[in-house]
Design a protein around this ligand. Structure first.
Ligand code: NDP
Length: 319
């Protein structure tokens, strides 16, 4: 449902993303708001005509001339793509995509990678390549502790999916949270306790002032020997060099990495060739036009009607 008594948004929406398809997003938005003018960034002739922006990693100065901007929508979940720039008008609300389908896609990736480690799939893949029938008895999920750092929109969904699969799930967030069947902890004081119990560690935190470099070598060393690390959040949350060294030494048994300090991961990076590492190119979840457009349209109407927007991001907090 769109906001009640909605008037039609005036002004145009500008779209910017190097990863997402303009035509598909335009069509999806116009399904909900047929009169909305949607412009690709290079089509904008008069920046003052732009009232709304739907953007993923816009270049520096992108918003500078948009004097009538009323809403910025991040084409994804991570607000770090907009922090630390000086062209953002303070009074303009910033929202993120909030879409159960996006959360489901992320939970699917986390479940897949957790099961891959829990069911020793890399061991069987290697054995198959040797032509070897190498039996290894499956472990009970209840005996495998999976710690999810970050219990937000995506993290909580993933934690619950893991719990449904029978894993012993721990969760960690800034403020105390309650999730059925998940052993929740909050705050820095409990991080070491959580890490020391993580047979599989799943990183689902936003990249903020507080989380940049959070997983130092010292903290990674607190993981039980042979633990697996899954990072679907942001590369810079982890000391990548330390992680690489610990994967080489065997202290950390394996990793599934979707995000990196530098993206694309440079061709010479040792992680590429490590047999205990699975690399995917930052796609564990993506914004899905068909399901996300409704929420964006709703927020456009809210702004037009002078109502507070949903899913607002606090850029000072960083998420
Ligand atoms: P949310 O903003 O909904 O939730 C963030 C969670 O992290 C909250 O539980 C929050 O705690 C917790 N948190 C934040 N700061 C701290 C801290 N300093 N200490 C402890 N906990 C903290 O995020 P989402 O779940 O929607 O997404 C998480 C991240 O996933 C995004 O920020 C993005 O970077 C990444 N992402 C990656 C994608 C990919 O394809 N690889 C796709 C989409 C997102 P509290 O609950 O107390 O506020």
């Amino acid at each position: 449902m769109t906001a009640p008594h909605a008037s039609r948004p005036s002004g145009a929406l500008v779209f910017y993303s190097e990863f997402d398809k303009f035509d598909i997003w335009k069509a999806a938005l116009q399904t909900h708001l047929p009169d909305l003018r949607v412009l690709n960034s290079h089509e904008v002739e008069d920046p003052e005509d732009i009232h709304f922006a739907l953007v993923w990693k816009p270049p520096a100065g992108f918003f500078a001339k948009m004097k009538n901007l009323k809403l910025i929508v991040i084409l994804g979940a991570g607000a770090d793509t907009l922090t630390g720039r000086d062209d953002l008008p303070e009074h303009v609300p910033v929202t993120r995509i909030s879409d159960p389908h996006m959360a489901r896609m992320m939970a699917g990736y986390v479940l897949f990678s957790t099961l891959r480690h829990a069911r020793d799939i890399p061991f069987f893949e290697a054995a198959q390549r040797r032509g070897e029938w190498a039996y290894r008895h499956p472990r009970n999920p209840e005996d495998i502790r999976v710690a999810v750092l970050g219990l937000g929109e995506l993290g909580s969904r993933a934690a619950l999916e893991l719990q449904r699969q029978g894993f012993d799930v721990l969760g960690w967030s800034r403020n105390p949270r309650q999730l059925d069947g998940v052993r929740c902890h909050a705050g820095m004081d409990s991080l070491d306790t959580v890490l020391s119990q993580a047979d599989i560690l799943v990183i689902m935190l936003p990249l903020t002032r507080d989380t940049r470099g959070l997983l130092t070598r010292e903290r990674l060393m607190r993981l039980p020997r042979d633990a697996a690390v899954i990072n679907v959040a942001r590369g810079a949350i982890v000391d990548q060099q330390a992680l690489t060294a610990l994967l080489q030494s065997g202290h950390i048994g394996a990793a599934t990495l979707d995000v990196f300090e530098r993206e694309p991961l440079p061709p010479a990076d040792p992680l590429w060739k490590m047999p205990n590492v699975l690399i995917t190119p930052h796609l564990s979840s993506v914004a899905i036009p068909g399901s996300a457009a409704k929420q964006i349209a709703d927020n456009l109407l809210r702004v037009t009607n002078g109502e507070p927007v949903n899913d607002r991001v606090d850029l000072r907090r960083g998420y």
